[in-house]
Design a protein around this ligand. Sequence first.
Ligand SMILES: Nc1nc2c(ncn2[C@@H]2O[C@H](COP(=O)(O)OP(=O)(O)OP(=O)(O)O)[C@@H](O)[C@H]2O)c(=O)[nH]1
Ligand SMILES: [Mg+2]
Length: 395
Amino acid sequence: MRYVILVLGIIISLHFILSFSHEDYGRATSISNLKNTITGAASHQPPYKAGVPEDYYYHSNGTAPGPRANAAFVILARNSDLNGIVFSMKQMEDRFNKKFQYPYVFLNDDDFSDEFKRRITALTDAKVEFGKIPRDHWYQPDWIDEEKASKARDEMVKAQVIYGGSVPYRNMCRFNSGFFFRHELLDKYKYYWRIEPDVNFYCDLDYDPFLIMQNEKKVYGFTVSLYEYETTIPTLWDAVKGDTIIPSCSLVRSDRPPEFMDENPDMLQEGNALGFISDDAGGTYNRCHFWSNFEIGDLDLWRSDAYMKFFEHLDKKGGFYYERWGDAPVHSIGAALFAKKEQIHFFNDIGYKHNPFQHCPQGDAHTKGKCWCDPSDNFDYHWYSCLARYDKMFT
Ligand SMILES: Nc1nc2c(ncn2[C@@H]2O[C@H](COP(=O)(O)OP(=O)(O)OP(=O)(O)O)[C@@H](O)[C@H]2O)c(=O)[nH]1
Ligand SMILES: [Mg+2]
């Protein structure tokens, strides 16, 4: 008996020594972790790795039983994008929406042609609405210094920056950053799924991602993340951060006009995803962004006071025109600062391609979705992808 007590004593002492001297050992054997393992709650891994619970799935054909979320697809397009939109939308219908029947909202800075409307409505039984964007939500504002803007465009053309010389492209980026969610046709909705022309949806989606968003209180969903071209956003982070030191959010000097965080130090969400966009606790932007040609999001994130103030501040800086700020980094920085990291979701089982990158589900997810992409062509942990940084926030 004495020996049993002695051996037990040695084991317990060793456990305590290892717990303090080896972080991983301590973490792996902590009471809370053991409890998580027992209850199945994932710890130290991104929530998406646990997969979507089976009771969300509807594998049969025919209309899936309710409930539905208050959601719509949002498609910004020109009449000339018609064939590319048909290509994307037909796949969305076949892979998902035939069974779920979510409505579509099409937006354009021009009037949609009758042919556009006819060919689009022929593709679905769901409701489709076509809207025109108000002029002041689209065009370059008159307080932008056009001489400065055109010089910047010329320089970007010389530097061979993609769309560097285009004003309509800049209008589009500014609209997607700060205006699409204010269009009256979207007023009645809470969630949206953005679709672009010429994209691929590779897998059967037998569950409703909007319900995941709603039930799990997610506010932003993505499938691909990557680095932004430096030349398109040289002063973007400076306009966000200014002189503020994060995480203490205190000012160091004030000899220049204040930037967004200088003026709104209380607006950052606790437990946010700053770790995704910065490797030095907010000192610099690492250029990681969610690729916004695919987005499933909560419109209330963009309608929030924090994001509206954030957008207004960026807009006044003029960087949508003096540089070529994209809606992807602007949305990503907004989501990273104003949402909790758990509220940003990687839709691992949605196979998706927008040229030139694709997310192709791996292993069981590929089989379950009957995906037709080549699993070896997958951007997830490519050197130019930011998914590893997203994962790291949870480890
Ligand atoms: N109405 C309208 N829609 C536009 C305009 N420019 C772009 N879009 C739409 O805005 C979205 C993004 O434009 P894209 O041209 O796909 O931009 P991108 O994804 O950065 O670049 P690509 O590699 O060409 O796809 C798409 O849904 C386009 O249809 C425009 O001038 N007017
Ligand atoms: Mg595109």
